[in-house]
Design a protein around this ligand. Structure first.
Ligand code: HXC
Ligand code: NAP
Length: 281
């Protein structure tokens, strides 16, 4: 897999945007989560990272030390409601509150529905949907007390249309989008904004290992992206941070699609430059 090198450009969000803010990112030690927690930290936030394996938080801790932002590494399985409550409490005890929650943790693999093992569907739903609810509820309680906050969920473009081979993830993400809009409506009065980003295929170890584990499969995915490349975690992270920031203070309940055109309609047959025309000329 050749890593895509994003074109250099000035950072979109201004320095200090999250100064004094406290953020919590689930699955914040790898892939997209690592890019989001790094960016929030570099923009001034204190960042808590929660996932099952704290070994996965090493790179974030190193970046925090190098770039001068505070990181709190917490072991938490989003499937354990008590652990989720403890995790949010620990952040509040350490830093006095919680302003931003990013529900990034999820699980996925490709398997046709009829071939799924007995626990497979429930496992992915428990992580990628119920886990989002558990963290949102605990964070929502803290944010309500504090007078507001921002929650950003991570969906996928197949959420509401489905995708053969990933029924568990597609159903979970559909739930995440419904949850996003429902909580946005319920909590607007508390000053809590709830939004989601919906990225198309981007390169992460977790996705590459499970969804496009060979060069051939990777190429097949790439061919489905009209803009001709996978996304980068940095560009998706920038959009997540935008939604979490005061720049999006009037935005709630939105699902922000960023997929290089992956979910756009494709032609019935390739019409070529001149179209398909069997008339005699
Ligand atoms: C088929 C599998 C499987 C696989 C697990 N199972 N992995 N079936 N293929 N690769 C089945 C098992 O047989 C078991 O059912 C059930 O699922 C639970 O598996 P466990 O190994 O016990 O679960 P656990 O250790 O908790 O791991 C959770 C996981 C794992 C979701 C299965 O893949 C994981 O930890 N993933 C986290 C990282 C990840 O997936 N990142 C990719 C994100 S990309 P039985 O009945 O046998 O017990 C993404 C969106 C991409 O989400 C969108 C692209 C556009
Ligand atoms: P990733 O690096 O594998 O991220 C998954 C993260 O979730 C890991 O850090 C993992 O940490 C954590 N996690 C998994 N199960 C958990 C659990 N039970 N409790 C707590 N944490 C758990 O993959 P990614 O591609 O960056 O995915 C990040 C998000 O983007 C996910 O929501 C995914 O669905 C979404 N997404 C990805 C793509 C893509 O093309 N890659 C496209 C659309 C959407 P631990 O292993 O330490 O627990």
């Amino acid at each position: 897999m050749k890593p895509y090198v994003a074109p250099e450009g000035p950072p979109f969000l201004p320095e200090g945007l999250f100064a004094g803010k406290v953020a919590l990112v689930t699955g914040g030690g790898t892939g997209l989560g690592l890019a989001i927690s790094t960016r929030l930290g570099r923009l001034g936030a204190k960042v808590a990272c929660a996932s099952r394996d704290v070994e996965h938080h090493r790179e974030l801790l190193a970046r925090g030390e190098r770039d001068g932002f505070e990181v709190l590494s917490l072991a938490c399985d989003v499937r354990d409601a008590h652990a989720v409550r403890r995790t949010v409490r620990e952040v509040v005890e350490r830093w006095g509150g919680l302003d931003v929650l990013v529900n990034n943790a999820a699980g996925n693999f490709i398997r046709p529905s009829l071939a799924l093992a007995p626990r497979a569907f429930d496992t992915v739903i428990d992580i990628a949907l119920s886990g989002v609810f558990r963290f949102s509820r605990e964070a929502g309680r803290v944010m309500r007390e504090r007078g507001g906050g921002a929650i950003v969920n991570v969906s996928a473009p197949y959420a509401c249309v489905g995708k053969p081979g990933v029924i568990h993830s597609a159903c979970a993400k559909a739930g995440v989008e419904t949850l996003t809009k429902t909580l946005a409506a319920e909590w607007a009065g508390y000053g809590i904004r709830v939004n989601a980003i919906s990225p198309g295929p981007f390169q992460s170890r977790g996705a590459a290992d499970r969804l496009w584990p060979s060069e051939e499969l990777e190429r097949a995915v790439l061919e489905q992206i009209p803009l001709g490349r996978f996304g980068t975690v940095e560009e998706v992270a920038e959009l997540a941070c935008l939604l979490a920031s005061p720049a999006a203070a009037w935005v709630t309940g939105t699902i922000f699609l960023a997929d290089g055109g992956w979910s756009l309609p494709r032609p019935l047959v390739d019409p070529g430059e001149r179209g398909v025309d069997r008339r005699k000329s």
